[in-house]
Design a protein. Sequence first.
Length: 542
Amino acid sequence: MTTTEATARGTDTGPSSAASGRFLAKATLLTTALSVAGAGLGLVRDQILAHFFGASGETDALLVAWTLPDLAGALLTEGGVVIVLVPVFSVALARRARGVLSPDPVRELIASSLPRLGLAFAAVAAVFIAGAPQLVPVLAPGLPDPSLAVDCTRLTATCVLTFGLAGYCSAALQAHRSFLAPATISLTSNSAIIVTMLALGGHWGVRSAALGVALGGCLMVTVQALSLRRRITDGPRQPASADAGESVRPLTFTLVATVLLFALCRHSQVLVERYFGSGLPAGAVSYLNYAQKIGQYPMVLALTLAIVTYPLVAQAIAEGDMRRARDRIERDLVLVSCVALLGAAAIVACAPQIVHVLFQRGAFTAEDTEATAAVLRVYTLGLLGHTLVGALVRSYFSAGRATWYPVGAMTVGMVATAVIGAWAVGPWGACGIAAANAVGITLTALLLLHGLGRRSVAVRVRRVVTELAKPVGAAVGAAGAGFVCAQSFTSPPAALTVGCLGVTVVYLLLVWVLDAAGARSLAPCAFLTIRRSLTRRQKHGH
């Protein structure tokens, strides 16, 4: 790409742009690596749970109690609080960069917001602990013996406080462009759960996993808080500047409410699933859970890019550079979709083999594998919708302003999930519930795409939709090819290996042919970057 072309596209070709690109690549690789490690430990956690307890009424009770950590994660660590706070901290950092140093805008923001939020988190956690006997029948009225679920819920309810504090620290660190500690959240949590299950599982049963959630939350807060403390301690301490009288952007109730309600509505799809699933035969909730966990791994990996670039978008908006913010959002939507669709194609092609290799051992039988694989394939139909929703909501709130449109779009999707789930659970059981989830989240993604250009950064929606159609077509072709390859082998590990290889080769080939996400131009640029890096190393070596 020539300098003229780069300028026409709004791309800086100078040294600062190159440095920014290297930072973005390193941050994305670091976040992805730690996210993969955390997801791997999450998989080990689920494998231990499946090995010890299978898909039974006991695991159903635990998964009902696991509703609170899932909800707290969605509201407080993965989204919600982080989405609210990153733009607010970005404004504080922009004021610091303009010379406002006393009082330091970042310290002023923490002093005004952290105590109030901490008290709110603690109060909500206390309510859930005290009200666990009343909460469990609401979440899963079909459980034959709710006492185990109540015990586990009281242990997991502590995560409202710990996850909230960890999410607050994570948002502040991401705004500072520090991604190491935030990327370890899943890693630290799953480590604590695994160790606790292995140490106490024989005596406490599934209660050990619930205790692991509580201990993991404490570990998360410790890691995040220590990292943030170093950042704050190393911050500037200098005399006041001329405009030091400005106040930091306040956290308004409307902004917090719109983001948290969106995250709550999004997570309500899981509540709907477990509500309907609790009335099915024992093990249905577990099938839904295992399928959902596998299906979410491609989405988690895809959204690591959006996590890293969200502070960059917020910073661009804080500095008034709307064109840079628009270009970043458009690229991210296509790139995260490409990653998610590759994973979706592999899952559709090899779902039974994936479940067999991951879970079929101990108390998890071949019948459990067949049922989980069927649900998994249906879930995967909504994987692109889940990924787009995760990326799009950041675009709506990147300016740090309240908007009710995402809440409305997610409410429509949640209602669709509930209505379709109520109709489909009778004839199709757990697969009907998974189909309702896919339809509801896809509808939400379409509504968010439709409203993006007018209610947020002026993204060119038609252009984005046209670009998204390319990886969708590639994923359909790759899934078919991978399915044919997998059927050629009877051994599940061999079938999984060959099937995934076939999916990857065909998908990359079709992405190249269709030029999805600018694939044809990315390869030469990557080659030039690698060659320049090697040349610099050779010069320094001599």
